[in-house]
Design a binder for this molecule. Structure first.
Ligand code: SAM
Length: 244
């Protein structure tokens, strides 16, 4: 396709991504707070309040690229006792941190699955909702991941995605660029000893398709009523779609 991210050999791309998250897993949560100045919490809260998981009936939720569990914990905290969340990630190190953080708090309501978003080891038509936060840009075959999202959802199920986007306010876009290309790799290097991984993450944000193009990809996977909105001046985009 015309998006640059497809030019890297796909197998190699996933290998690089796995290396990045293995290397940062233990410091991942700290880095999120430092680099986004705590804003990632606001974006995740916005995702969960858009989803509005029910308090009074069964709800099966799948959080893909769920990492250390942030989105899953929020959904469990904001919904009722009949909610079950599956946290799925390709990286066992990230999931291990997530399971440790969960402790016994959500016993019987959460499970962790190590798998690839492109090939979910899950039955078709079983989930009420699917979320992916800051994960889709790391997946080599985005179209495959979106088709899998559509497959595992029940009819009437909802897809929600958070991903870094492009700042759409003049001047602020320059500041943001300077911040991401200079500050983030250095800060990442200082805290995790791995500046290169953070350099890679910043570049992967640049290569991700703009919101309207990504919305079309979601439609092509079969979703309907696809919408998107920008958060924090376009730093993040939230996409929504429904399986009809
Ligand atoms: N959703 C979490 C959050 O917002 O804090 C974690 C986001 S983290 C930036 C990206 C995650 O995507 C990592 O945990 C990584 O292992 C996972 N990931 C990358 N490629 C994946 C794939 N093909 N399938 C599933 N997960 C993947």
């Amino acid at each position: 396709t015309h998006f640059g991210f497809q030019s890297v050999p796909l197998g190699e791309k996933q290998g690089r991504v796995n290396e990045v998250f293995r290397s940062v897993a233990s410091r991942y949560d700290l880095m999120n707070d430092l680099m986004s100045a705590g804003l990632h919490r606001v974006w995740k809260d916005a995702l969960v309040s858009t989803l509005r998981p029910p308090r009074d009936r069964p709800f099966r939720h799948l959080d893909v690229a769920g990492g250390t569990g942030d989105v899953a914990f929020r959904i469990l905290d904001e919904s009722g006792p009949q909610t079950r969340v599956t946290v799925l990630d390709i990286n066992g190190e990230m999931l291990k941190v997530g399971a440790e953080r969960a402790g016994h708090r959500y016993e019987g309501r959460i499970d962790f699955v190590e798998a690839n978003a492109e090939e979910l080891p899950l039955e078709s038509g079983t989930y009420d909702a699917y979320t992916i936060a800051f994960g889709i840009r790391n997946v080599p075959r985005i179209d495959a991941a979106l088709r899998e999202a559509h497959r595992v959802l029940k009819p009437g199920g909802r897809f929600l995605c958070l991903e870094f986007s492009k700042v759409d306010v003049p001047l602020l876009d320059r500041i943001y660029d300077a911040y991401s290309f200079n500050v983030i790799p250095r800060l990442g290097g200082m805290v995790t000893g791995d500046a290169e991984s953070y350099q890679y993450l910043v570049e992967s944000i640049r290569r991700f398709p703009p919101p309207a193009a990504f919305a079309r990809m979601i439609e092509e996977a079969g979703f309907r009523r696809v919408t998107h909105r920008s958060l924090t001046a376009g730093v993040v985009a939230m996409h929504s779609g429904w399986k009809i």
